[in-house]
Design a protein around this ligand. Structure first.
Ligand SMILES: [Fe+2]
Length: 274
């Protein structure tokens, strides 16, 4: 079987064919996959039949895995696999985390060392809807007008939880969330390429006036997910999709809740953005 890669979009995403991830990938193919991942930000492998062990084994080659704090949503015997699902058990209790993230975000950017990437495997999907959108933040940075590149250079943004991302929190609870400062433009540690680093968790720009912070954010919110930066992934059963949080924003889309969407996810630890 020969491995091939086909671009899915001008800026983001490639489909990798001719690879069976249920067996360990040889080192040469793995090096090509790794390189493509860092450059294209999203890789899609279709038609996989992935056991939890194979899923974990492949993900772990990219770095140590995170274990989700919600034990009840970990796959039995495989704490590294988080179940994302709207299925319920016989007593009507959710068996997985109901997939959220219906806004442009980079995963857990409100933490000091946000996750590097996620590896999401589709076990059951609805007949329509439930797509995932990916916006290249390499492209978003490259497309900034020159004056914006210099205006944003060196600035930091405060990432926290807010009314959009944590609607059940009261104002008093939100006030307790301290937030974390990250550079607005980060450099990808593997490719050296610059990417915008923003998303819904950004509450304000630091060390500028409130007016300037609002002005910058209103520009960025229109810019970072511009249509020409976005690849829309339409899921099929057997897809493994992996994304690099350091160079994309992503956005879940709704689906009809009478259908089941059931996924397995592993998450690779990240580093402090610089
Ligand atoms: Fe996410």
């Amino acid at each position: 079987m020969t491995m091939t890669m086909t671009n899915l979009h001008d800026h983001v995403g490639a489909e990798v064919a001719g690879v069976n991830l249920s067996h360990p990938v040889d080192d040469t193919s793995f090096a090509d996959i790794e390189q493509a991942f860092y450059e294209k930000s999203v890789l899609v492998f279709r038609g996989q039949d992935l056991s939890p062990d194979a899923h974990i084994g492949f993900s772990r080659r990219f770095g140590p895995l995170e274990v989700h704090i919600l034990h009840q949503y970990q796959l039995d015997g495989h704490p590294e696999v988080l179940v994302l699902s709207n299925k319920t058990d016989a007593e009507g209790k959710a068996i997985g985390l109901v997939d959220a993230g219906r806004y442009w975000h980079t995963d857990v950017s409100f933490t000091e060392t946000p996750s590097m990437g996620s590896f999401l495997y589709a076990v059951e999907i609805p007949p329509k809807g439930g797509d995932t959108l990916f916006a290249s933040q390499f492209a978003a940075y490259d497309a900034l007008p020159k004056e914006w590149k210099s205006r944003l250079g060196g600035l930091k943004a405060l990432h926290g939880l807010n009314k959009t991302t944590a609607p059940k929190f009261t104002d008093a609870q939100l006030a307790l969330v301290k937030g974390v400062a990250h550079p607005l433009i980060r450099t990808h540690p593997k490719t050296g390429r610059r990417a915008l680093y923003g998303g819904v968790f950004v509450d304000k720009i630091l060390d500028v006036s409130d007016t300037e912070s609002d002005d910058i954010l209103s520009f960025l919110r229109k810019h970072w997910a511009r249509e020409d930066f976005v690849y829309r992934h339409r899921w099929q059963v057997g897809d493994l999709v992996m994304w690099d949080n350091r160079s994309i924003l992503h956005h879940a889309t709704p689906f009809d809740g009478q259908y089941i969407r059931h996924m397995h996810r592993t998450t690779v630890e990240g580093e402090k953005p610089v």
